[in-house]
Design a protein around this ligand. Sequence first.
Ligand SMILES: NC(=O)C1=CN([C@@H]2O[C@H](COP(=O)(O)OP(=O)(O)OC[C@H]3O[C@@H](n4cnc5c(N)ncnc54)[C@H](O)[C@@H]3O)[C@@H](O)[C@H]2O)C=CC1
Ligand SMILES: O=C(O)[C@@H]1CCC=N1
Length: 266
Amino acid sequence: MNKTIGFIGCGKMAQAIIGGILKAEKVSAEMIIASAKSKATRAYVNETIGIKTTSSNIQVAEAADILFLAVKPNIHQAVISEIKDSLKQEVIVVTIAAGISISDLTDAFLRPIKAVRSMPNTPSLVGEGMSALCINELVTNEDLNEVKAIFSSFGKVEVVNEHLMDSIPAISGSSPAYVYMFIEALADGGVKDGVPREQAYKMAAQAVLGAAKMVLETGKHPGELKDEVCTPGGATIEAVGELEKQGFRSAVISAMEQCTAKIKNL
Ligand SMILES: NC(=O)C1=CN([C@@H]2O[C@H](COP(=O)(O)OP(=O)(O)OC[C@H]3O[C@@H](n4cnc5c(N)ncnc54)[C@H](O)[C@@H]3O)[C@@H](O)[C@H]2O)C=CC1
Ligand SMILES: O=C(O)[C@@H]1CCC=N1
């Protein structure tokens, strides 16, 4: 792809996206520029990821054909006010900020703008991201294909109706955090029985990866796959019963409700 991709803000999520894009080798490092306020972040990104960095948001805005806004939601508006007169005419602006709507984005620019609202996740860094996105009416099919090609380079992408976007963080944007907690808990349980810590993490993570692949690749219902593990009269059904008794599913669903409620109030 021969377009300049700019990132305003270069924290955890932007670094995951940039790392994922570069790993896919569809865009070269010279075509990516990022700004960050902190000198330490700029130096780190420059040295470890190998892209151009700057303290100037305006420099990024002027250069970008596709501009990612990767700052926290509460400074989104201030950043747009700073850069809005420095954009290329046909730029596609992609926000990754949780809870920022297409209209928040377009209103802030005070002029018609090609706008994409997205919700990626940090596994993008290893090419296994899950991103959802929606667009406004100025984004052409060609633009959308370009944006989808970028997101697809570091994982899977789904285009959804905007009214669902506030619910996506709970499912895939934030959920890696709770999956890591689950992996930690599995490993702790193993360590309790004497399994060495490093082996326990490897086994727990690989079991989660394998189970996820089974859902994606066999097309079977997760309940059916669970049933295949539960030998009648065996050990797994004991664990399943205990998880139900401890409110495992309802704990997950309640956590997701809290997550979505917060997204609506960020
Ligand atoms: N971390 C995650 O897993 C995900 C984060 N997001 C969204 O990504 C955005 C960034 O989140 P993180 O990367 O986690 O946060 P972060 O705190 O790691 O990164 C924010 C970056 O913005 C920079 N920054 C602060 N003020 C700035 C300014 N005025 N101009 C330019 N840069 C500035 C900071 O130096 C930092 O590099 C948020 O809006 C969040 O909702 C979306 C999906 C997943
Ligand atoms: O915690 C947050 O607000 C962001 C949104 C999704 C993941 N991190």
